[in-house]
Design a protein. Structure first.
Length: 268
């Protein structure tokens, strides 16, 4: 009886941790970060917008070619987050992060109001190349937006599976002691593990594709120099996604072990 109770508690704890990690991974939606090297953009800068954090004032500086000042801005990474850089072709570049469903920027509220930008926007397919020029927040290409749609479907399905497993597992499997329900929950968590692995593989494929300069050039938005100044790094949702896979598998094992103990307990 003690062993059965211990496995029940372990299953509930594993379920709670899995749900928490899943909620954090999909709610934050923070899978990749795009930044631009200010040093490489030095010769292309036409103007930039920066906020004075002491008095919340906005400054727009035009035609900056002073090397010392540009190097100072490049060193100050914290300030660089709040900078919007205007380059040729009326393109505005700034630091952004992107996930499965949306893309957001790191600009302050004052800078966004000055440039008439929203903090986040939903990812969608652009009707043409020029629709992509939306203040530096480039839409994925049609081949990548399909991967985003598949990843979004996987994420929604995983959330539904986790919610269903929690309710059925606790109410039917543990409180009512239904062995078949407990076994079903263990199998469903295995399915959630596979979908989580698929989602992580898709998002990593998107990241690798966006890192390729050929993809950047194909957008016909950024020139060779601007494209080479762009860096895309993975963010913490990748770590949460890996942790979700591990927890889903552990939770599946715990529920399958629980159904075996319940079966033996029922036979006695």
């Amino acid at each position: 009886m003690v062993t059965l109770l211990s496995i029940q508690v372990l299953s509930i704890i594993a379920t709670a941790l899995t749900n928490l990690v899943g909620i954090l991974a999909f709610a934050t939606d923070h899978w990749s970060i795009t930044i631009y090297d200010l040093g490489k953009l030095r010769s292309h800068i036409k103007w930039f917008v920066v906020e004075n954090t002491t008095n919340d004032s906005i400054h727009i500086l035009n035609n900056i070619h002073d090397q010392n000042q540009t190097q100072t801005l490049a060193i100050d990474k914290q300030q660089f987050r709040a900078i919007a850089i205007g380059v040729n072709n009326n393109t505005i570049l700034y630091k952004t992060h992107k996930g499965i469903f949306r893309q957001c920027n790191y600009l302050s509220q004052n800078v966004r109001q000055r440039l008439k930008l929203s903090k986040c926007r939903v990812l969608k397919v652009a009707n043409n190349h020029y629709d992509d020029v939306i203040h530096g927040m480039n839409n994925p290409g049609r081949e990548l937006i399909r991967l985003h749609n598949v990843a979004a479907a996987c994420a929604i399905l995983i959330v539904l599976l986790l919610c269903a497993c929690t309710l059925i597992g606790v109410i039917v499997g543990i409180l009512n002691g239904v062995v078949l329900a407990t076994m079903t929950i263990g199998i469903i968590y295995l399915v959630a593990t596979m979908f989580s692995t698929c989602l992580l593989a898709i998002m990593y494929t998107v990241l690798k594709s966006e890192r390729k300069h050929s993809h950047c050039f194909a957008l016909e938005i950024l020139t060779d120099e601007l494209c080479s100044a762009r860096t895309i790094d993975l963010s913490y949702s990748f770590i949460l996604g890996c942790l979700l896979i591990v927890l889903c598998f552990i939770t599946s094992v715990s529920w399958l072990s629980l159904q075996e103990k319940q079966r033996k307990f029922a036979q006695h």
